[in-house]
Ligand binder design. Structure first.
Ligand SMILES: Cc1cc2nc3c(=O)[nH]c(=O)nc-3n(C[C@H](O)[C@H](O)[C@H](O)COP(=O)(O)O)c2cc1C
Length: 260
């Protein structure tokens, strides 16, 4: 099988081997299936370079101020990342997810306007966070993205058929659990290719208006909107989070792993 080629890519941290689907063109579903089947020949699959996989998981961040607004992101690269993201688990393995890539400048400008209309009141509320703290940095970064949203190289909207209003919580959980893992996989596939993204939801206050602009049926749910663009700079710190032993209980609620 020759459809997959290993190419040397140069990304942050120097040259690295990268998977590239052959062709570099927009492929039909059948072609994509055939080409992705070639991953089976990419093994052995039993061992991973933990340094690489942990680094990807620990340092994939939401990119806003470091997004290069001037460098276009090839459509085929986005499709390649969506192909990879589609391997995420789905309840009952039912494929009801869709993706919409917005490339058109006029559409991006209108979506950015709607995003800002929702983001501004939210950010104004958070305006008191100390700018030198972590929360303050997030607010400053979120404000930057809101102000520059119309400039992003592309917007990617993950979608799932159906609406969950009024569903029992277990069904809602299964429904979102069938679409959101792919969004994170998409972010990591992008990151591995030198492309940053930011998971956003603030435009959802205007979901219907954005849906109308893009011709999305009202039976379909937009679950997020990710501005994407190559990132600048060459290092990422580890995302700060509370340690596992502090947030994990053993056998009983409240029995922290850290205390046992
Ligand atoms: C469900 C969800 C919704 C989010 N919505 C937005 C958003 O609308 N706008 C934004 O700038 N960031 C949004 N974020 C990004 C968070 O603010 C981000 O995770 C936070 O800045 C911490 O950054 P880090 O994940 O890189 O550590 C969202 C993240 C998640 C998971």
């Amino acid at each position: 099988m020759t459809a997959i080629a290993r190419k040397a890519g140069s990304g942050p941290g120097g040259p690295r081997p990268a998977l590239r689907l052959a062709g570099g063109r927009v492929r039909s579903t059948e072609q994509a299936r055939i080409e992705l089947a070639a991953f089976a020949d990419y093994g052995p699959f039993m061992e991973f370079d933990l340094e690489q996989t942990d680094r990807l998981l620990l340092t994939t961040k939401q990119i806003r101020k470091r997004m290069d607004m001037t460098r276009p992101v090839p459509r085929e690269t986005l499709l390649e990342c969506i192909d990879i993201a589609s391997r995420a688990p789905m309840g009952s393995n039912v494929e009801r997810n869709k993706w919409l890539i917005v490339e058109d400048d006029a559409l991006k400008a209108k979506i950015a306007e709607l995003y800002r209309a929702n983001a501004e009141p939210y950010l104004a509320q958070s305006g008191d966070a100390p700018v030198d703290g972590r929360a303050g940095r997030v607010v400053s970064s979120a404000r930057f993205l809101s102000d520059h949203m119309h400039e992003v190289p592309a917007m990617v909207i993950p979608l799932r058929l159906d609406r969950v209003e009024g569903w029992p919580s277990g069904d809602v959980s299964g429904w979102y659990g069938s679409v959101l893992p792919g969004v994170w996989s998409f972010q990591m596939a992008l990151r591995s290719r030198g492309i940053g993204s930011c998971w956003t939801t603030l435009h959802l206050g205007s979901e219907a208006e954005v849906g109308e602009l893009l011709g999305i049926p009202d039976t379909v749910t937009q679950v997020a909107m990710l501005p994407v663009g190559y990132y600048t700079g060459d290092s990422f710190s580890v995302t700060p989070r509370r340690p596992a032993a502090e947030i994990t209980f053993i056998d009983q609620w409240g029995a922290k792993a850290a205390d046992l």
